[in-house]
Design a protein around this ligand. Structure first.
Ligand SMILES: [Zn+2]
Ligand SMILES: [Zn+2]
Length: 367
């Protein structure tokens, strides 16, 4: 395919100045941009041709070579070289196109082929707070006030990190916060938008840092949050407090705070779901004779009936003295495992009595 003359492509005179070339390019780009001609391959090819003509004619050095030798003068240039340093977006910026009713997004939609888009404003991160509670506390349910360190936008500088009037526009990104690089490859123009490394995307450089936040733009405060823990809640139970996470980017909502329950181990009780287990030591006499004993309960002491002839390791239930079910009015049980202790260091009299008992037992077995 024979290459068309660049001036012809842009429809300008060979003596046209840079502004005229820009103007011509802008007009054609608006007309042939693939986004405005969806599915029209011809428009895509034309756009590529227009881009190339502009890249050459807006650059003093390349234009001189072209004027002297025609297309042959640029044969040594790769497609990347040809487009190197060409600021396409300035064409539109110079004409105030950024505010042409498209907002700032006109460039984003303009060079859409293979474009790497920047992300939108990010929502703040969620925070997690571990709340330790005792088994007694979850047995009844509890309201707790907790103090959470929260980072907030500095109220003194509104997050700019600077004293009033203490900022200037970033010189690297000209206050936009973005560095845009464009690269042509095949028919597409690859447009990459990176966050400006000098100002971190803020577009502003701080000259006089804010005294309250020392230029960080955020302050740490303690927030008092009251949490309601229902009876029967277990380790891992989560309460979501909306909007109390980290602050988001400007225009994005904050994250949420998750309060995660951790029920502490209890010195006496072991929890299994809504049931609680404990061990109670009793003497061998009590085990043999039976009787009532006191055992600790989660909400105060309880009486436990030891049946006659209770064996070591027997598990005795106390109904409805466990933890409440979270979603109903019923409760779990308390289970008491009996550990029968054998008396040691017997006195002479005790020894005689045991021996007597032993004789009685063996006689009974013979009958
Ligand atoms: Zn501040
Ligand atoms: Zn910058």
């Amino acid at each position: 395919m024979k290459k068309r003359d660049y001036y012809e492509v842009l429809g300008t005179d060979k003596n046209a100045d840079v502004n005229t070339i820009k103007q011509a390019y802008r007009k054609l780009a608006m007309q042939y941009h693939p986004d405005r001609n969806p599915g029209d391959k011809q428009a895509g090819k034309q756009m590529a041709e227009i881009n190339e003509a502009y890249a050459v004619l807006c650059d003093q050095d390349k234009r001189r070579r072209y004027d002297m030798y025609g297309h042959a003068g640029l044969e040594g240039y790769s497609s990347d070289d040809l487009f190197h340093g060409v600021d396409f977006s300035s064409v539109f910026r110079d004409f105030g196109m950024g505010d042409f009713g498209f907002g700032g997004s006109i460039f984003d939609s303009f060079f859409s082929t293979g474009e790497a888009r920047t992300r939108g404003p990010r929502r703040g991160a969620d925070l997690m707070y571990t709340l330790k509670v005792s088994l007694e506390e979850v047995a009844t349910g509890i309201e707790k006030e907790i103090e959470i360190p929260i980072t907030r936008t500095c109220p003194s500088c509104q997050g700019t990190g600077a004293e009033k009037g203490g900022t200037k526009d970033c010189d690297r990104c000209r206050g936009t916060g973005k560095i845009i690089t464009e690269r042509r490859s095949g028919y597409g123009v690859f447009r990459q938008i990176n966050v400006c490394s000098k100002c971190g995307g803020k577009g502003k450089i701080v000259e006089k840092p804010c005294k309250k936040c020392h230029g960080r733009g955020i302050v740490e405060e303690n927030d008092i949050i009251s949490v309601s823990i229902p009876g029967g809640a277990d380790t891992g139970y989560k309460v979501r407090v909306k909007g109390k996470g980290e602050e988001g980017d400007e225009g994005a909502p904050p994250g949420d705070l998750y309060i995660v329950l951790e029920v502490e181990e209890h010195p006496i009780f072991e929890r299994h779901g809504d049931d609680i287990y404990m061990v109670k030591e009793i003497g061998c006499y009590q085990a043999a004779l039976g009787g009532e004993v006191n055992v600790p309960g989660i909400e105060g002491d309880l009486k436990l009936d030891i049946p006659e002839g209770t064996q070591n390791g027997a598990v005795l239930p106390i109904i409805n003295k466990g933890l409440p079910h979270m979603d109903s009015h019923s409760r779990g049980n308390q289970y008491v495992m009996v550990k029968v202790t054998t008396p040691q260091n017997l006195t002479r009299r005790e020894r005689e009595l045991f021996q007597e008992l032993e004789k009685l037992q063996s006689k009974e077995k013979k009958h």
